[in-house]
Ligand binder design. Sequence first.
Ligand SMILES: Cc1ncc(COP(=O)(O)O)c(C=O)c1O
Length: 395
Amino acid sequence: MIDAAGCGRASAPRMADIEGFRVMALLARARALEAAGRDIVHMEIGEPDFPTPAPVVRAAQAALAAGRTHYTPAAGLPALREAIAGWYRDRFGVAVAPERVLVTPGASGALHLVLAVLAGPGDRVLLPEPGYPCNRHLVRLLEACAVGVDAEGGGPAPEIVGAAARGGAAALLVASPANPTGAVLPRARLAALAAEARRAGACLVCDEIYQGLAYETEACTVLEVAPGAFVVNSFSKYFGMTGWRLGWIVAPPAWLEPLERLAQNLYLAAPTLSQHAALAAFTPEALDELERRREAFRARRDYLAPALESLGFRLAAPPEGAFYLYADCSAFTDDAEAFAARLLEEAGVAVTPGADFGGAHAGRRLRFAYTAPIERLREGVERLRSFLGRPRRTG
Ligand SMILES: Cc1ncc(COP(=O)(O)O)c(C=O)c1O
């Protein structure tokens, strides 16, 4: 009997635990409805709707014209590592030696590398729940053991992490601002989490991919309060470069050699053109544009959060960053996945069910992304209002 793949073997056992993203199936269905002529309001998409800033595109065109298409060193272009180190100096007042920066294929590549050097079979890795879905699957891929720590109300509380870490842990992975809650961990909380990790003999890894997209406080980095932490970051979100597949790690010096060795083996180097392009991401022209976009995201959030609350959704955390609102939809359903499917089919509004992000309440949560222009968000809210039979607010 030949299996579907045609090589006569079943997939490795771990594959039974590695799930796809529900949002991808939902997006595919939304696209199919659009192809059939329906108008869909997209609030499921986890990437900025803005194009890559013009200076970045121009830099890529120049690099291509100059024939810069060969591999770079595995750790990245020296000039880009320096530019990233300069970003920490200029924006956060933190000294990072360029040698501590490793350029990766997205934060995805960075998370894979960092978790792989830290966690082996059976090691416990503490992960916020709800959290970015890939993390638990990466941990599974490494045959390590994901231990969820509740992060609903605005990030994991140090006491909860401390209790979970008593069983031992190789790493504590947090994100700030966070996906899906939009919660931002203040410096004091980051310092307390770093202390808990240290006490447990675990390394703290902070995913700062939404850094720069903070609306209540100045963006910060964990390195301001925990210089020994691992940082994962990316050009995808704030810099508007999702498709360029480029991110980075800032690692403690002793970890650079194993990270680089693994990078060589996993992917040789991050995409060369993207690296040349990203050199222009830190220019004043690009940064001015990115700050204007941040203001646009803020205006969308300021519209969408109260609008959803007026419909009967409750926000699970103060939405202080990223471009997501994580909403409790228990006023309407105990099955957020089926509810999201109905919203798409009947109201023409696409949102992501909480099941992608895990946690005890996932069945009663929806993630709304404000990655669409404000007029589209208004249209989405009006459709939700009709669907839910809610009266329009007065005043
Ligand atoms: C929290 C978080 N980390 C990492 C990633 C991966 O991003 P990328 O590989 O595009 O840099 C994402 C993408 O949505 C994310 O939300």
